[in-house]
Write a protein that binds this ligand. Sequence first.
Ligand SMILES: [Zn+2]
Length: 99
Amino acid sequence: MRTIKKSVALLLCALLLMTLLFSSVCIVRAANHVCSGECCLICVLLARVERALHGMVALLPVLAALFALRLLGRLCLSQPAFRRVAHGTLVGWKIRLDD
Ligand SMILES: [Zn+2]
């Protein structure tokens, strides 16, 4: 299960990097094109690429928050006091539920 998650994460990272690379190459190559008018396909492509990049930029705060939460969770689990509470049992804590 862990290797599947790692594989999916690597695949998503590769797709993100490919999208960024493709978008950058498209913008650089088509920046100084000779525009043919309203129905210019290059302008349409540039608009779509720009929209895709804006979408990715909008995702960055969400990804940063998720990364911070995961890091905070790992830090909490590494503390001995939290680990004792998180992985203890009712019998280990001598708590009776039959009262
Ligand atoms: Zn154009």
